[in-house]
Design a binder for this molecule. Sequence first.
Ligand SMILES: Nc1ncnc2c1ncn2[C@@H]1O[C@H](COP(=O)(O)OP(=O)(O)OP(=O)(O)O)[C@@H](O)[C@H]1O
Ligand SMILES: [Mg+2]
Length: 319
Amino acid sequence: MTPAPILEARDLSRTFRVRGGNLHALSEVSLSCSPGRSIGIVGESGCGKTTLNRLLLQLDRPTSGEVLFRGVPLPRLDTAGRHAYRRAVQPVFQNPYSSLSPRMRVRNIIAEPLLATGTATRAEAWRRVDEVLEQVGLSARAGDRVPSEFSGGQRQRIAIARALASRPELLLLDEPVSSQDISIQAQILNLLKDLRAEYGLATLFVSHNLATVRFMCDEVVVIYLGRIVERGPAARICTAPQHPYTRALLAAALPADPDAHADTTPPMGELPSPLSPPPGCPYNPRCPHARDICRAERPALASRHDGLVACHVAHEGGI
Ligand SMILES: Nc1ncnc2c1ncn2[C@@H]1O[C@H](COP(=O)(O)OP(=O)(O)OP(=O)(O)O)[C@@H](O)[C@H]1O
Ligand SMILES: [Mg+2]
């Protein structure tokens, strides 16, 4: 039996009222984060990845649909439930320059989630701070300093230490390395993998890069203009993608991969505006395989092989 999910998104949609109309940032997205599992969310800039992450973190509210923590919709959590959620689900954001208060001592930054949920006394919190600082490769002395004394990579280690302090069950990572130099990126990704194994953590890892997601995740969810277009096991998605958009992302991320399909090309043309998504399949204006039905009807997200795909051509037998 699969264990009960920690966090679940059910039919999540978020529309922003902007000048010019309704911007559909996220549409009918469902997924679940189960203990120990790692899900990657991948898609181009503007496809809704951060919008999804913010809804899961309750930093924003859905227009429709819901987020459930251990089966309970977030707005219906009681005080104990809210504390359990704050302890169990921890974020790591893209930019540690804006996510960490620059003049607060590192010790206080890391202890904050522990003290805010009343899970630790001050003495316990300080001991835990020293422990997590060492786990992320910094010395306990770093606790006495402030973030502005550290490099970008070290600041991201501090952000990870803060996320780990409360012994969470699920980390929500939104492009956690894309603001770092390439050499630092690999170190942080490896650190995250080690910590995940050590703590038995579940992770939701948001990235525009399918190669990074393949390295980090068991399962991949591909979003395009706010909708899931494909999901499945990471290894299969990266060797036998079913959706033309996934193929294009793969070509962009792994140009030299001998396992990649030969006919892949990076996504053609501009991303359409989420203010006026194209009729039919949202990918049809850029899709080299588009047929009449693709311009007329939006394909349903339906089972194919060991995953889900929303593509008329894939459902009719493949590309
Ligand atoms: N508060 C907001 N008000 C209006 N539009 C918004 C708001 N937040 C996001 N959007 C729009 O919603 C869409 C999805 O944005 P989102 O930030 O979720 O994309 P993303 O996949 O995280 O992109 P990136 O890879 O650049 O981080 C974009 O068109 C964006 O302009
Ligand atoms: Mg984003």
